[in-house]
Design a protein around this ligand. Structure first.
Ligand SMILES: CCC(=O)Nc1cccc(Nc2nc(Nc3ccc(OCCOC)cc3)ncc2F)c1
Length: 281
């Protein structure tokens, strides 16, 4: 149409966002990767803008991957809208989720959530749907945990930061011996050989279910990472959360099968959890 300058969209590839179309608002959080701020895109669309601190990620590889990630679209995945890669720091622009991380949401609403098994199970099923979509697209998350899921209005839960772990430069985070490596969400084959797969995501999903049904407790409590590695390799698994149906815990335990091939796929998990929800609720 005449209102849009003819060159708009031609000068940038569709995953490239023009920073002039962004208005940055309050800070939402920060971490080793940089700062995340709420923003408005084209004056009206709510977005989250992750401003990547220089040196934290292999940017060119990530920008290449962003083209693929913008194509991954599902109601239970935080949508990547695009990147601003023409200046530094690069901006990663995604859908905005108003209630923040699932982990903080569980901790903040523990009182009302402990007695609402139906809602806890529904949150787990939503994450499972998003992960089943990634599995279907042969996309491995590599850092699935409640801290990396986000909550929107009407208790919508979405998986965020899928695949980002591959671009983090800090080897304290990427190597299983590193101090920042998410040991408590990792299965034996990742601890021993860093062998990631959708089945290692399924193990992490079991831990995420445990986080949900404990309303955000730290898995394995205060055990040090080295102690967790030893226990997980010996076959110790997380105990049943108090407020958790046995049928739900039985699903978690299948996610923690020592051998990846004995763990269910997300597609199978989704059917099992929906079946449990229909029987119990
Ligand atoms: C793993 C480190 C990492 O990414 N951390 C990180 C921190 C902050 C925001 C994001 N990302 C996104 N956040 C939102 N919404 C959001 C809303 C409220 C909020 O409340 C903070 C204060 O609570 C009292 C936090 C986030 N929507 C999309 C995102 F993408 C990621």
């Amino acid at each position: 149409d005449r209102s849009v300058p003819a060159t708009a969209g031609l000068s940038h590839d569709k995953w490239e966002i023009d920073p002039q179309e962004l208005m940055l608002l309050e800070e939402l959080g920060s971490g080793q990767f940089g700062v995340v701020r709420r923003g408005k895109w084209r004056g009206s669309i709510d977005v989250a803008v992750k401003m990547m601190k220089e040196g934290t990620m292999s940017e060119d590889d990530f920008i290449e991957e962003a083209k693929v990630m913008t194509k991954l679209q599902h109601t239970n995945l935080v949508q990547l809208y695009g990147v601003c890669s023409k200046n530094r720091p690069i901006f990663i622009v995604t859908e905005y989720m108003r209630h923040g991380s699932l982990l903080n949401y569980l901790r903040r609403h523990e009182q009302s959530l402990t007695s609402n098994q139906g809602l806890l199970l529904d949150m787990c099923i939503q994450v499972c749907k998003g992960m089943a979509y990634l599995e279907r697209h042969n996309y491995i998350h590599r850092d699935l945990a409640a801290r990396n899921c986000l909550v929107g209005s009407e208790n919508i839960v979405k998986v965020a930061d899928f695949g980002l772990a591959r671009y983090v430069l800090d080897d304290q985070y990427t190597s299983s011996g590193g101090s920042k490596f998410p040991i408590k969400w990792a299965p034996p084959e990742v601890l021993n050989y860093t062998r990631f797969s959708s089945k290692s995501d399924v193990w992490a999903y079991g831990v995420l279910m445990w986080e949900v049904f404990t309303c955000g407790k730290m898995p394995y409590g205060r055990l040090k990472n080295s102690e967790v590695v030893e226990k997980v390799q010996k076959g110790l698994i997380l105990e049943k959360p108090k407020t958790c149906y046995k049928e739900v815990y039985d699903v978690m335990r299948k996610c923690w099968s020592q051998l990846p091939e004995n763990r269910p796929s997300f597609r199978v998990l989704k059917e099992q959890l929906i079946g449990v929800a229909q029987r119990l609720l």
